[in-house]
Design a protein around this ligand. Structure first.
Ligand code: NAP
Length: 366
């Protein structure tokens, strides 16, 4: 395998190990390889990935750990085009130009207008060799939410459902039930940690009183933001979801303008976005979330919310965890009878055994 192909594949592989840990910036992975003049001896001398909170960037971390030697060639491999816009700090392109790196190889161009192709031009103008679009398809999936955010002003939407063999999500309407097994719970918490926000409807808050956080030891800090849709704010403001104070971008979308209620929710670390009736629709809510920087949104229920997202064609991935028992006709259906799911909209891409439960993954057809 060609040298560049080998190292970019390693870079793309390692990105997936840390993906979703750098909100609000995309998680980039970078490697620096030191070679002799003939490229007959090559070794990885440094690596870096975007840190929590989005800074420092991967390239900056990788560069800071290298002792550059004069008679060597240095290549920086990265999953994404290096940034070239000056923000709080010097851009990665500037840092690369100032370092002793001669070659830059990356997988995917950055869809952000401030960068897209501009980073490449700056590097080339400084006499550096740039190659890109190398195994870019490998990184499309992890960067899908980022691409949708920057190009279409909406996050990637994953809808996650736990159900019985006969597709019921609760034993009775209006009741809270644990339907799937303990391993599924761990997988769900892991999925939560990879998403920027979880969205639920007001009824799920009232009935389930969920925490909606990630409780895997060591990953608690990666608990996503919480988003609630409730036109009337008719839930208990002492629900568990309002107890966690670890993140400051929890948002409620509502029509309610009662200042007392809003003030009480704001004091619990919730932003309250009061919309006009005509603006209270999912497309508008998703574009609001995109503006807050949300790239990956996990929709966790309940049935009315699932149905609305599907009816509006806003779901990119559907993950169903199915248990090994039937609930029967008294159970709550996964989707309300208002569902108008278009045929062939999704394609099943994976089915996994989770002990005695099953995980089914459906992707939206391209
Ligand atoms: N097994 C699972 O995976 C799972 C997950 C979650 C919940 N559940 C179960 O689902 C049940 C709750 O589901 P649900 O269908 O009654 O309620 P829900 O989907 O949790 O919430 C629906 C409410 O959200 C508000 N809403 C705001 N915008 C909406 C929109 N665009 N589309 C739909 N609703 C919108 C509406 O209340 P306002 O009029 O006040 O705005 C609506 O009545 C519970 O039994 C719970 O246990 C199961």
């Amino acid at each position: 395998m060609h040298l560049d192909s080998k190292y970019i594949k390693i870079t793309n592989f390692l990105q997936k190990k840390v993906h979703g840990t750098s909100f609000p910036n995309p998680t980039v992975f970078a490697l620096i390889v030191e070679s002799d003049k003939k490229f007959s001896s090559n070794r990885i001398v440094s690596f870096g990935f975007t840190q929590k909170g989005g800074r420092p960037h991967a390239e900056a971390v990788a560069i800071s750990n290298v002792k550059f030697l004069k008679n060597k060639i240095y290549t920086l491999y990265s999953t994404l085009e290096p940034c070239c816009h000056e923000g709080r700090e010097e851009s990665c392109v500037e840092k690369i130009i100032k370092s002793n790196i001669q070659r830059i190889i990356f997988s995917s161009k950055d869809p952000d207008k401030r960068v897209n192709g501009k980073g490449i031009k700056k590097l080339e103008r400084s006499g550096l060799k740039v190659k890109y679009n190398i195994f870019a398809d490998e990184i499309q999936n992890p960067y899908k939410g980022y691409i949708l955010n920057r190009k279409f002003n909406r996050p990637k939407v994953t809808l996650k459902v736990g159900c019985s063999m006969d597709s019921k999500i609760a034993v009775k309407r209006g009741q809270r039930d644990q339907i799937t097994n303990k391993i599924v719970k761990k997988i769900v918490h892991n999925i939560r940690s990879e998403n920027d926000a979880i969205l639920v409807g007001g009824n799920t808050i009232k009935i389930d009183n969920p925490d909606l956080n990630c409780r895997i030891p060591g990953l608690e800090n990666l608990s996503p933001y919480k988003v609630i849709l409730s036109k009337s704010l008719n839930f208990d403001s002492n629900s568990k979801i309002f107890k966690s104070k670890n993140r400051n971008l929890n948002i409620i979308f509502t029509l309610e303008s009662n200042l007392k209620k809003i003030k009480s929710l704001k004091s619990k670390c919730y932003k309250v976005v009061t919309l006009k009736e005509e603006d209270f629709n999912l497309s508008n809510i998703l574009s609001n979330l995109a503006k807050f920087g949300i790239c990956n949104l996990l929709v966790e229920g309940g049935s009315k919310i699932f149905t609305s997202f599907l009816n509006e064609g806003l779901v990119d991935q559907l993950i169903i965890f199915r248990s090994n028992f039937f609930i029967g006709p008294q159970g709550q259906e996964m989707f309300s009878d208002k569902l108008k799911l278009r045929q062939n909209f999704f394609v099943i891409t994976n089915v996994l055994n989770v002990q005695n439960n099953i995980m089914e993954i459906f992707d939206r057809k391209r």
